[in-house]
Design a protein around this ligand. Structure first.
Ligand SMILES: *Cc1c(COP(=O)(O)O)cnc(C)c1O
Length: 751
């Protein structure tokens, strides 16, 4: 990379009469010209990350940082009278929903950063995750037209397109390559579907509704489309060099399936080898097992993919045949191992006429990982308990991670500068250096850290003022719950806790209460009614509290609109407290918890997902753990009756009653009554209060009040925050990617 030359080129860009979009395009293109010179050739062996989601966020600032020109570019353009921060108008590339997609983005970033040859494969959606705004407190969704800013960071590879065949249509898969910049420049390759109008639908939307057969078929097409495009490319390139010596294939390729959405890649691999290259089925399975690996992300039964065999056969007859053949093959293997019939049923690839994609993944993968210690334990003991007994060596844990480049160096330059001053710059490469430096905990250091936190809070407040038109209480405790809206994440429980505190404040029961701002950010899936009702409820609670003179300046509730990666960058840096309050056993890992920790927020959380490992590393006394554990919930689950609890606890009843007693209006939608019914009568297949909101509420309120009390001693509270930041190294995705490289991909030697 010729940095001097790049800077020179940047200096030559004229800003005269140009708008944000034009300059964005021009600066990006100048950088891309330089990148293209250095774009790494594939390594001898590469790992491939197959994911239907890549939640990359805004590439502009991150890429300039990686090119080492961000600060200079800021001054170059400031001199020309153009504030580079105006490019914050550029919308995120939101080709993902939440945690799973962001994880994919963090892993690509880390791999490039530490020099691991990992290439991403996915879909180039025309529209990403919807843009959200609130209208009378209700979520409104707008199509995310991310291409209206152009796509200067991608290169269309016309000559590498491939035809993907379905029974009823042929679709062209056209690759678009995006450089992932670090020590190496790796590639994120996203396929766009071209051809007939029907064909083009395949890459139109992320997760189209799948409640009809037509919707399901479209999902199957999407999954097969990009998986097959990837596998065909790799196999055809391989054959050019090695012919049909496929036993050598795993020496050059390791494929990672990010959840089950890309499992068709394994089916396509078996199809190609056995049908086009005449490899014996058993040999093909053996090779697949040395090539494919699977990451499980959820144990929610409703999220485990199953496709009707008949639907798959309708558009992909050969793939359906392969999967059926795999079932026969698997049965034979299981019989030979002496598996009980019930165990065979449990592990079946095909169950009651449906393909169980997770079971396919478990059978064909060499290694299967969960994403936090507790999650891996649960998949080994419950979800895949039978398979774990017959194939114990397949299973391992790799706790999720986040990239410190975007989530510390880019979003918190001030804290990074403070680390530079204390440690030198080595930590940027090796985050572990942070926790070794006990010296950096003297009172003077804590004061400097506190000063940084104050600056980040002011910046966050300024950003919220610009985006939402709301002035946050300055110098209050900033408490954030930012993540997708889901009942298991229990934003509703936070709403109840906030109401409890509000009522107590008004009644004069909390005389020494430190001013507090609760910040929420969350999108609800467009078909998820109860999640949308929770958004409306939180907005109603906010509206009531924010106009009440009695708590003015003491308590404020703000639900920001369109929470995305760029918003997250501001919120994680500017928050004091991180809310991670999922029902124990439901959050596989979480990564928002790690981003907030790395920026020095203390966690108020349950013993769930990576929270457990966070508390373990930063110290229980530096975090606020509350609520029922997995074991406790297992014990009480059958006898649990939330109605009993509210009868004995009038303060709890008072807040849950607000769903049905007219305190707040749901605009006649019936949404609040539905939430109430889900808590006390049960909903669909759930028992009453399936997520134990009522059960954990009291201890949650106590944890929040403990935070409030401790915050009064500013010095010791800052120290807790600093302890979290300094012990966050384990949660770097550099560590996670190194573990994959060593234990899963066979990339332990330098490539
Ligand atoms: C990190 C991140 C998530 C995941 O948050 P969790 O708290 O782990 O669920 C979701 N959305 C965005 C925009 C993120 O940056």
């Amino acid at each position: 990379m010729n940095r001097e030359k790049l800077l020179d080129q940047l200096k030559r860009i004229s800003t005269e009469g140009k708008g944000t979009k034009e300059l964005y395009g021009e600066i990006s293109r100048v950088c891309m010209d330089e990148i293209k010179r250095d774009w790494s050739k594939k390594s001898v062996k590469n790992a491939y990350y197959l994911s239907v989601e890549f939640l990359m966020g805004r590439m502009f600032f991150n890429n300039l940082m990686e090119l080492g020109v961000l600060n200079e570019a800021r001054s170059i353009f400031a001199e020309k009278g153009f504030d580079l921060n105006r490019l914050e108008e550029i919308e995120d590339a939101a080709l993902g929903n939440g945690g799973l997609g962001r994880l994919a983005a963090c892993y690509l970033d880390s791999a490039a950063g530490i020099g691991v040859p990992l290439q991403g494969y996915g879909i180039r959606y025309r529209y990403g995750l919807f843009r959200q705004r609130f209208e009378n407190g209700f979520q409104r969704e707008e199509a995310d037209d991310w291409l209206k800013w152009g796509d200067p960071w991608s290169v269309r590879r016309e000559s590498e397109k491939r035809e993907i065949r379905f029974a009823d249509m042929t679709v062209t898969a056209v690759p678009y390559d995006m450089p992932i910049i670090g020590k190496r420049i790796n590639t994120l390759r996203l396929f766009q579907a071209e051809g007939s109008a029907e064909a083009e639908k395949i890459s139109e939307y992320l997760y189209p509704a799948d409640d009809t057969d037509e919707g399901k078929l479209l999902r199957i097409r999407q999954e097969y489309f990009f998986s097959a495009a990837c596998v065909r490319e790799l196999v055809e390139e391989f054959v050019k060099v090695y012919g049909s010596r496929f036993f050598k294939f795993p020496e050059y390729h390791a494929l990672q399936l990010n959840d089950t959405h890309a499992v068709f890649a394994a089916a396509e691999f078996l199809r190609l080898l056995t049908q086009e290259y005449k490899v014996a089925f058993g040999d093909a399975v053996k090779i697949a097992r040395k090539t494919f690996n699977y990451t499980n992300h959820t144990i929610l039964p409703e999220a485990l993919e199953c496709w009707d065999a008949e639907l798959v056969a309708r558009i992909l007859p050969e793939i359906a045949m392969i999967l059926k053949r795999l079932q026969v093959f698997a049965s034979r293997e299981w019989k030979a191992k002496g598996c009980l019939v019930s165990d065979q049923l449990d592990m079946s690839v095909m169950k009651s006429g449906r393909f169980a994609m997770a079971n396919v993944a478990v059978f064909v993968s060499g290694r299967i990982n969960g994403v936090a210690e507790i999650h891996t334990r649960i998949i080994k003991e419950k979800l895949f308990a039978v398979a774990a007994r017959y194939y114990p060596d397949k299973f391992l844990n790799i706790t999720n991670g986040i990239t410190q480049r975007r989530w510390l160096m880019l979003c918190n330059e001030e804290l990074s500068a403070l680390y530079d001053k204390n440690f030198g710059r080595g930590w940027r490469e090796d985050l572990d250096l942070l926790s070794l430096r006990d010296a950096f905990q003297r009172d003077a250091d804590v004061a400097e850290f506190a000063a940084v936190k104050r600056i980040k809070k002011q910046q966050l407040a300024e950003y919220v003022r610009k985006r939402e038109g709301i002035a946050l209480i300055p110098d209050a405790i900033y408490i954030a719950q930012v993540k997708r809206l889901h009942e298991y994440k229990r934003q509703l429980m936070t709403a109840f806790a906030v109401l409890r505190i509000y009522y107590d404040l008004k009644a004069g029961k909390l005389p020494d209460f430190s001013p507090t701002v609760f910040l929420f950010g969350a999108k609800a899936a467009s078909g998820y009614r109860r999640a949308k009702a929770i958004i409306k409820y939180l907005n109603a609670v906010a509206e009531t509290i924010n106009v009440d003179e009695a708590v003015r300046g003491k308590l404020q509730v703000v639900f920001v609109q369109n929470y995305d990666v760029s918003y997250a960058e501001k919120i994680v840096a500017g928050s004091d407290v991180s809310l991670q309050v999922s029902t124990a056993g439901f959050e596989a890992s979480g990564t928002g918890n790690m981003k907030l920790m790395m920026n020095g927020a203390v966690t108020v959380g349950t013993m769930d997902g990576a929270n457990i490992e966070i508390a373990e590393r930063a110290g229980l006394n530096n975090n606020y753990i509350f609520g029922a554990t997995v074991t406790e919930l297992g014990r009480i689950r059958n006898d649990y009756n939330p109605s009993e609890i509210v009868q004995n606890k009038p303060a709890v009843k008072r807040v849950t009653d607000t769903l049905v007693n007219g305190t707040f209006s749901d605009g006649g939608t019936g949404g609040f009554a539905e939430l109430h019914a889900a808590l006390f009568e049960g909903a669909s297949w759930h028992k009453p209060d399936h997520y134990f909101v009522v059960y954990d509420l009291e201890s949650y309120v106590q944890a929040l009040l403990a935070v409030n009390r401790d915050y009064r001693n500013a010095e010791s509270f800052s120290r807790k925050q600093l302890m979290n930041a300094l012990h966050s190294a384990f949660f770097s995705s550099d560590r996670a990617v190194k573990t994959y490289a060593n234990l899963v991909w066979g990339l332990d030697r330098p490539q």
